[in-house]
Design a protein around this ligand. Structure first.
Ligand code: CAA
Length: 382
């Protein structure tokens, strides 16, 4: 692996870091407390090219590579993981998916506004009865002349409460199970689209999540993404890309908690010494640093494989699994290093801890990542 970053990679990382620390970090606690979607900063991120990093400039994106995306997402998430979630869904689950599988007319119509951050994109696969078992969806899209009529209920739609456009997965031929699914581009202003319950979440509270009901929503066949029957594979392949993003987000959360812990260990005194002089604290810092470095290498490895056009399903799952478990572990230990004040809302440690948890759950739980890694590994050695 070559870790000599290009000028572009260094520049986007510096730009994201500066914006995140100056504009996002000071507001993160307030947005979290209010559970408010941060429209103004998301719009600014769009203007900076952070909402469609890998999308070519002719479609409104920044025309950069996957490593640029991972570096920028880590920096944004280090300031606030909720901004990281919104950025990651917009970039990977919507823009990347549409860029890879959408028809030219769909790209012209939907990609430019979303990649430039003027509009918000979302992805909708999960249903109340089908989370990990994503193929078991019941939302139906019934062909009717030159359109489809969609009925059903989706859940856990990240950015659902504010999304302008959604890439939706629905069942067209239930008898064929996952081979009977298709993907559709949904315009949330059309009749039959109804936003439901907004989820009251533990963490990433500034990122909005809700249920969505489709009640005889009519979508023209020209808005189907890919062919009938391709839906599940499109959903899975988009998630491969998305998992690199979530891994980078987890890395950002872990890095923030780690840096705060190092600073505190050098300042706080107990028993006549700085606590950083005690081995009990040193070992926690050493393990944090080591796990974060390992997670970072896995993220870069997955990003590089994607950039080279190699299959990266296993690598993305490894990066997501390891980085998310690292974020949870590091944020737990970071509170321990801080003691009582780490448990208080006066510091962002408890927010990092709450935010880290979701990275082990969405875009595939840690159990699903292990399943994917095991299946891909067994295939590799067969
Ligand atoms: N890329 C392309 N195709 C893939 C693929 C991939 N990464 N993974 C599987 N496929 C294909 C398989 O090759 C197979 O194709 P054939 O039918 O031609 O053989 C087909 O898809 C079915 O694959 P599986 O037999 O492996 O399917 P499965 O039912 O056993 O499920 C799974 C596999 C890995 C468990 C999958 O269901 C999964 O990833 N589940 C988790 C879903 C998930 O991450 N949900 C999160 C949604 S997004 C979210 O969190 C909210 C948000 O807004 C952020």
């Amino acid at each position: 692996m070559d870790f000599e970053f290009t000028e572009e990679q260094k520049q986007i990382r510096a730009l994201a870091r500066e914006f995140a620390q100056k504009e996002i970090a000071p507001l993160a606690a307030e947005y979290d407390a209010r559970g408010e979607f941060p429209r103004a900063t998301i719009r600014q991120m769009g203007e900076l090219g952070l909402m469609g990093i890998e999308i070519p400039t002719e479609y409104g994106g920044a025309g950069l590579d996957t490593l640029c995306y991972a570096l920028a997402l880590e920096e944004i998430s280090k300031a606030d993981a909720a901004h990281g979630t919104i950025m990651s869904v917009n970039n990977s689950l919507f823009c990347y998916g549409l860029y890879k599988y959408g028809a030219e007319a769909q790209k012209q119509k939907y990609l430019a506004p979303v990649a430039s951050g003027k509009k918000i994109g979302a992805y909708s696969l999960t249903e109340p009865q089908s989370g990990s078992d994503a193929g078991n969806m019941r939302t139906m899209a019934v062909a009717d002349g030159d359109s489809y009529v969609i009925n059903g209920r989706k859940s856990w739609v990240t950015s659902g409460p504010v999304a302008d456009f959604i890439i939706l997965f629905a069942m067209v031929q239930p008898a064929l199970k996952h081979k009977g699914t298709s993907a559709f581009m949904i315009d949330t202003t059309q009749p039959g689209f109804e936003r439901g319950k907004v989820e009251p979440k533990l963490g990433i509270r500034a990122s909005a999540t809700c249920e969505i009901a489709y009640d005889n929503y009519r979508v023209p066949a020209s808005e189907r993404v890919g062919q009938d029957g391709d839906g599940f594979k499109i959903a899975m392949s988009i998630l491969d890309a998305g998992r690199i993003g979530i891994a980078a987000q987890a890395l950002g959360i872990a890095q923030a908690a780690f840096e705060a812990s190092v600073k505190y260990a050098k300042e706080r005194e107990a028993f006549g010494s700085k606590i950083g002089e005690f081995q009990a604290i040193q070992w926690m810092l050493a393990d944090m640093a080591t796990r974060i470095q390992a997670a970072r290498l896995l993220v870069y490895n997955a990003a590089l494989k994607k950039m080279r056009g190699e299959k990266y399903t296993r690598d993305a799952s490894m990066a997501k699994l390891y980085a998310s478990e690292t974020a949870m572990w590091v944020t737990t230990k970071a509170i321990q290093v801080h003691g009582g004040i780490g448990y208080s809302k006066e510091l962002p440690l408890e927010r990092y801890f709450r935010d880290a948890k979701i990275t082990e759950i969405y875009e595939g739980t840690s159990e699903i990542q292990r399943l994917v890694i095991a299946r891909e590994t067994l295939k590799q050695f067969s």
